[in-house]
Every structure is written in structure tokens, then in C-alpha cells.
Design a binder for this molecule. Structure first.
Ligand code: ZN
Length: 656
């Protein structure tokens, strides 16, 4: 484990709180220390209040902040002494603790202080760092974990048995720590949970964390438990998996009660673990706070029903003995291990699905190394249940709010690098959908850098490329719910007598044939969409009201329009809706070069400005207007409409 401390960087963080920010970010950059919001840090400072009195204040990581990206505002300032005193109470309920911590805050806009605040308060050091280090957890998750930790660290760490995080853990530490800490003590190991380090400077505390964890890693090396087994299994399945993935996603979504994104991750070490790891992984996760993201155990294979039954039984077994009445969470798996798919993560959006995968990749390492050390022994399920159904964790999940309208859903948009297509990408992302964006322009790959966006270079007239794109989309997100047929060309004014076969065929190939092929290929995926499939076709005013000089374009769009109507007839039984928009004069698109625009305006004896607003309402139609209409057509407003055609043209006499 390497220290990431850098003097030049550190110099840009003057003062104790800034230093706290700096080393917190260093910890956050190491995924084998903290993952996705895990871990917490604090600093104790003396401050003068409004009355000129000196107060000791604990700045503790606020809930909802990630160490990797934390800022000063991410730390909640609380009065140190009253918080420390709480640890001497024999009992404090979670709601009481939350209320007391809030009441001791010194900035009303600060985030809620971490649930480990009292624990940080009682440790008599200026800087305190806490991580869920993979290496430390690996060692403590063994039958003789405590002895091994003692052997590695001697009296340099105080060992705390597993206790549920929150007040109970703080109380136990307040009892054990002063009794067992010596002059040599620089850290504290919480069995089956993680490790603390502390120091008088941010650097000391951080470097001690690195040093302590490095010793755990060295121990694993020395016991031949570091190197993971050499994968013996070849990667399976170069073939098409998209239908099977879409089926699994449909089953998981049905069990969860809402659509879910299903990411898949395939590498040799995953397949190797799948070959040997089932019995081990069914014992439980690496550390209890992972159950919130991964549930207690993964689904092996694809029997979602069987998984849900086992989950219900687990809930019933443990809910009885829980203090307060509990309401069962959805019984759908969050992690799937399948001999063909590899590792899949399910979540209500791409971010969550990806977190499940990240955590499980680390879990595979932790479990494999603990096995090499003598056997992975996670906590009993009762303790895991307690964390999974802990009110404070549930509250965190609930505070995420109402999901967006396309949360957990996937859309594929063609011609997505510019104009209406790009505007559609924005409209669907804004509604929470994961987007598969296709375009022949290479910028499609990099136009967004986000986990819910997959940009693929694709010539839609190449049906192999289309199939490949749908396959990539399914491997990344799990299937397809919505399809926006937008790509098209408008070759400019050409009278029929001057229209070549080549041009006619090229327009038909792109505007018609490619879309028919894509509809055909998307159908089995759309049929498996958890909430029913939806198709939106970007047509043209030229369908109901053609103009001279655009025979190929108008004919191709009219034919596509007819195909869409027939698809609506054929696919209603599959719960797939298909509707069209007919935009006119959307001038902020690639079709409308200045040259074409000028020529068309002249044709109607108008200035370009007049031409732009040449409709009954006198409004200019923008790509964004069309994109918003397309997105709404895929949403609940249009849930009982199929086969419809909606003009978006500011009102056109010929269309009306
Ligand atoms: Zn922790």
C-alpha cells in the first residue's frame, strides 16, 4: 500500500480542516480502503465562539459525502464535549442519537454528522481516520482473526469485537479503549468491520493508516494468501447474450417491483470464482455495511424466484427477534454470479448497479484471500440483518427521494451525436434513463462521460453493427425499454427528373431500411422491458404534407411512418407502444445547412427569419422541443396511446 501524500499538494491545504480534507481525499482514492461512501474521518479543533469563548469542536464527515471528493462543507461541526459525554449513557436509541448529534451542530446548513460521530469524539487524538480496508477485513473474517491481528500489531492497536455500528459501538470502545491503549497505540481494529488510525497531524494519522494496512497486506503475502488463484477458466460466451440478459433483468425487476439496470462484468478471475466460490460466498459479505448495496448473498445462476423465497425466509427468521417491527425490503438480488454472464450488479440506476459490481469485485478478493488464510468466516446473519434493517441505513436510502420517471430504464437513440438525436439524449438522461447513443460520428463515444451513457459508433445501415450495438447495450445496462428512431438524411432539393437511383437508394437505405432492421432486432428486447416497450419515431411534416424537391426524403419518411403504424398493430399484444412525431423546420440540426435554409426561404419568397417562424403560431421549433415531446411520448402521459402521430410544427395549414 503506497502513501499518496505529496508535500506540494498538501501545501495547498493550509489549516487543520483543509488538511483534514486533503488526507480524506487521499484515503478516498484507494478503493481497497474505502468504497462508495464508506469510511469516515474527523478532526478536533479549538474555535472561538461569538462570545469570545474558546470551544472544542469536532469536524466529522457528514453523511452523504464521499471521502474521495469531500470538501470543507462536507464536514459537520459538533460541540466535542457534549457529544463525548453521550458515550457514558447506558442506552441511547438511534432517533435520540441522531437528534442529540444534530442539536450539537454549530452550522445549521451542515450535513448530518456520521453515525460514528460519538466514536470519533471519544478517541483522544486530533485526527482520526477510519476505513474498511480489504486486507484488515480479510484477516479479521477468519476463525482466529483476533489472534492474527494481535500477532501482526501487538499493542499498537486496540482490538474491538464486532458490535453494531452507532451508539453501541461507541459505548463499547469508550470502555475498552482507555483500558487497553498503551503508549505504543496508533490504531484500533474493529473485528469484521474495519480499522482506525489516529495522530496529532493529518499526515501522521494518514501515514499510520497506510502503514497499518501495509502490514496486514504483508502478513497475507507471508501466509501465501495474497496472490489470488491463477484463473484456470477461459472467458466463455463471445456469442449473443442480450436476450438472456434481458430476461434476467425482467425477472429481477419484476421481483423488485420497479425497473432495474443490470450491469455485467466479465473477466477471468470472476469466472474462476464462479467455478469455485458458491459455498463460500453464501456465508456472507466482507463487511456488514455492504449488505445495503449487495444484499447478504448473491444470486447464483438465474433462479430469481428461488432467491426471493430464500430472502423472505431470511427476513422472517430474523425480523422476529429484531427490537422494532420491520418492513421487508424488496427480495430481488443485487449481485448475480452466472457461469455465462459473469458478475452482474443490479440497481435502480446505473450508479447503484455499478456500486454493487465494484463492491463485489472486492468481496471476491477478500473472500478468496480469507479462504487461503484458513476460511472466510463472515458475521452471523443476525448481525448482517441488523445492519440491513437498521433504521439509520434505511433512512439514508429513503432520503434519495422519488425516482425519476425513467429510473432503471434504458433507451437507444440513433443519430445521437447532433441535432434532435443529441437533444433526445439530454431529455432522456434528465428523466433518469440510461442511454445507448448510436451515431456514425466518432464524437458519439466521448460526448458524455457518465456511467449511464454508452456512446457507440454505428453505421445503422450495417445490420451486424446494429446487432453489435444492442449487444453492447445489453451487457452494459441489461436490455432495452425504449427506442428512438431518429437518424436520417435529407439530401437537399432535387426534382424527380434529376433524382439518381443511387441517391434514392441511399436515402431509402438510411431513412427506411436501417430503421426496419433496427425495429426487427429490438423487438425481442422491447418485449422483455419490465414496464413495456416504447418506440418513438422522428418522422417529418413531409409525411402528411410533402413539398416539391424532396421525393426520396418524403417517400422514405412516409414509408417509415406506415411501418410504425403496422408495428403498433402487431406489437400491442407484446405491450410495446409506438408513436411518431412530425417536426417541421427544426433549424438547429445538421440537416439544415445555411445553404439549404437560404434556398428554402427563397423558394417561399421569405427572409430566413420569416421562414424560421413560418407557421400558424409564429414560433421557432428547436431540437429540444422535439426531444421533450419524444421523451414524453415514452412516458406515462402516453401510456395508453399507440399508433399516434403528433405534429410539432407550430401549426401548419396543410397538415391541419
Ligand atoms: Zn465503518
Amino acid at each position: 500500500m503506497q502513501s499518496l501524500w505529496n508535500d506540494d499538494e498538501a501545501a495547498q491545504f493550509p489549516g487543520p480542516i483543509e488538511q483534514r480534507v486533503y488526507t480524506s481525499r487521499l484515503l478516498g482514492r484507494a478503493p481497497d480502503l474505502v468504497l462508495h461512501g464508506g469510511g469516515n474521518t474527523s478532526v478536533k479543533v479549538k474555535q472561538t465562539n461569538l462570545f469570545g469563548e474558546e470551544e472544542e469542536v469536532l469536524y466529522i464527515k457528514g453523511s452523504g459525502w464521499d471521502l474521495e471528493t469531500i470538501e470543507g462543507a462536507g464536514f459537520a461541526p459538533v460541540r466535542l464535549h457534549p457529544v463525548k459525554r453521550l458515550a457514558s449513557l447506558p442506552l441511547l436509541s438511534d432517533p435520540q442519537m441522531v437528534s442529540e448529534l444534530r442539536a450539537q451542530m454549530l452550522r445549521h446548513s451542515a450535513p448530518a454528522p456520521s453515525v460514528e460521530t460519538i466514536l470519533h469524539a471519544i478517541l483522544p487524538y486530533t485526527f482520526v481516520d477510519h476505513t474498511h480496508s480489504d486486507a484488515v477485513v480479510t484477516i479479521t473474517n477468519t476463525i482466529d482473526g483476533r489472534e492474527r491481528i494481535r500477532e501482526i500489531y501487538g499493542d499498537e492497536v486496540v482490538i474491538i469485537p464486532y458490535v453494531m455500528p452507532g451508539f453501541d459501538l461507541a459505548r463499547v470502545c469508550a470502555e475498552i479503549f482507555p483500558r487497553e491503549a498503551t503508549a505504543n497505540t496508533i490504531g484500533m481494529v474493529l473485528l469484521n468491520h474495519g480499522i482506525f488510525s489516529f495522530g496529532e497531524t493529518a499526515r501522521d494519522s494518514y501515514e499510520r493508516m497506510i502503514a497499518l494496512v501495509s502490514r496486514a497486506e504483508a502478513y497475507l503475502h507471508q501466509k501465501n494468501a495474497w496472490a489470488l488463484p491463477e484463473p484456470t477458466m477461459m472467458l466463455s460466451g463471445g456469442g449473443a447474450l442480450r436476450l438472456e440478459l434481458a430476461e434476467l433483468r425482467r425477472d429481477i425487476s419484476a421481483m423488485a417491483g420497479y425497473p432495474m439496470i443490470l450491469h455485467s462484468y466479465r473477466d477471468a478471475s470472476v469466472f474462476d470464482f464462479i467455478r469455485r466460490g458458491q459455498g463460500i460466498s453464501e456465508r456472507g459479505p466482507a463487511t456488514p455495511d455492504h449488505v445495503i448495496r449487495t444484499k447478504r448473498v448473491p444470486l447464483w445462476g438465474r433462479d430469481v424466484k428461488g432467491y426471493a423465497e430464500a430472502y423472505r425466509a431470511y427476513f422472517e427468521r430474523n425480523a422476529e427477534s429484531a427490537g422494532a417491527p420491520k418492513k421487508m425490503l424488496d427480495p430481488a438480488p443485487r449481485v448475480v454470479l452466472d457461469p455465462v454472464f459473469g458478475l452482474c450488479g443490479a440497481g435502480k440506476n446505473s450508479k447503484e448497479a455499478n456500486i454493487a459490481i465494484d463492491i463485489y469485485r472486492h468481496t471476491i478478493e477478500v473472500i478468496s484471500r480469507a479462504e487461503a488464510l484458513g476460511g472466510h468466516v463472515p458475521l452471523p446473519e443476525k448481525d448482517l440483518f441488523e445492519v440491513e434493517y437498521w433504521d439509520l441505513e434505511q433512512a439514508k436510502l429513503k432520503s434519495a427521494g422519488k425516482p425519476p420517471v425513467f429510473g432503471g430504464e434504458i433507451v437507444c437513440i440513433t443519430g445521437a451525436a447532433s441535432g434532435i438525436g443529441k437533444a433526445c439524449v439530454d431529455s432522456f438522461l434528465a428523466r433518469g434513463a440510461a442511454v445507448i447513443a448510436l451515431d456514425i460520428q466518432p464524437q458519439i463515444e466521448t460526448q458524455y462521460d457518465r456511467i449511464d451513457y454508452l456512446g457507440l459508433v454505428c453505421d445503422i445501415t450495417d445490420s451486424e453493427a446494429l446487432a453489435w450495438s444492442l449487444e453492447q447495450g445489453a451487457r452494459r445496462f441489461g436490455g432495452l425499454d425504449m427506442l428512438v428512431l431518429n437518424a436520417g438524411i435529407f439530401p437537399g432539393g432535387r426534382l424527380i427528373e434529376a433524382l439518381s437511383d443511387e441517391e434514392w437508394q441511399r436515402v431509402m437505405r438510411i431513412n427506411l431500411d436501417a430503421n426496419v432492421a433496427l425495429l426487427r432486432m429490438a423487438h425481442p428486447l422491447l418485449k422483455r422491458a419490465p414496464k413495456g416497450g416504447r418506440v418513438a419515431v422522428v418522422g417529418s411534416k413531409n409525411v402528411p404534407a410533402p413539398g416539391p424537391g424532396a421525393a426520396a426524403y418524403s417517400a422514405s419518411k412516409a414509408a417509415l411512418n406506415q411501418v410504425a403504424r403496422i408495428a403498433a398493430l402487431e406489437w400491442g399484444k407484446d405491450n410495446i407502444r409506438i408513436n411518431s412525431v412530425h417536426p417541421n423546420l427544426v433549424l438547429d440540426t445538421a440537416l439544415w445547412t445555411d445553404e439549404v435554409l437560404k434556398a428554402r426561404a427563397e423558394h417561399y419568397h421569405l427572409s430566413v427569419e420569416q421562414y424560421k417562424r413560418n407557421n400558424l403560431l409564429g414560433v421557432e421549433i428547436k431540437s429540444r422541443d422535439v426531444a421533450e415531446m419524444v421523451a414524453e411520448m415514452c412516458g406515462p402521459l402516453f401510456s395508453k396511446t399507440t399508433g399516434a402521430q403528433v405534429p410539432i410544427d407550430g401549426g401548419n395549414e396543410r397538415v391541419i
